[in-house]
Design a protein around this ligand. Sequence first.
Ligand SMILES: [Zn+2]
Length: 168
Amino acid sequence: MDTKKKNIKESSIQDALFEIGGELAYKLYKVLKGKENVDELIIADKLKISLNSLRNLIYKFDQYNLLSSTRKKDRKKGWYIYYFTLNQRYIEDLIVKLKDEKIKKLEKKLEREELHEFYKCVNKCIRMNIENAMETNFMCPECGSLLELEDQEKNIIKLKKSIEELKA
Ligand SMILES: [Zn+2]
């Protein structure tokens, strides 16, 4: 099971899991890592959260197929207890998917920057497109200062750099 993850960095896993469910998601990962059919009661206990909170977290993992589960009826109590196993190989898919989403978002932002001019207040209260700037006669609605055409070159370079880094 562990041989497949050799080329995934732990920090990438951590980042991706933080994104889907914060620190708890990474804790859940650590509890399940390398084990099979872990009792939900034990997981909730280790994470120090209620079963309801655990189920919310499980739901987030399920959306990316990160878990498989079985359930068994507790004969004494009469209810079902769930047991979870991490789908290690889907973690890589999650990382790729989140990265793709991020790249797409940045590319859209870049496109917007390249296609439109923006005006901003000299006091940095606000940033608006030309239509909105015309409506306020190029005055900041917050502080009354004049709006000036933003030099977008820096933003564009920054965005391009971020996109390149993500693609690398
Ligand atoms: Zn202002």
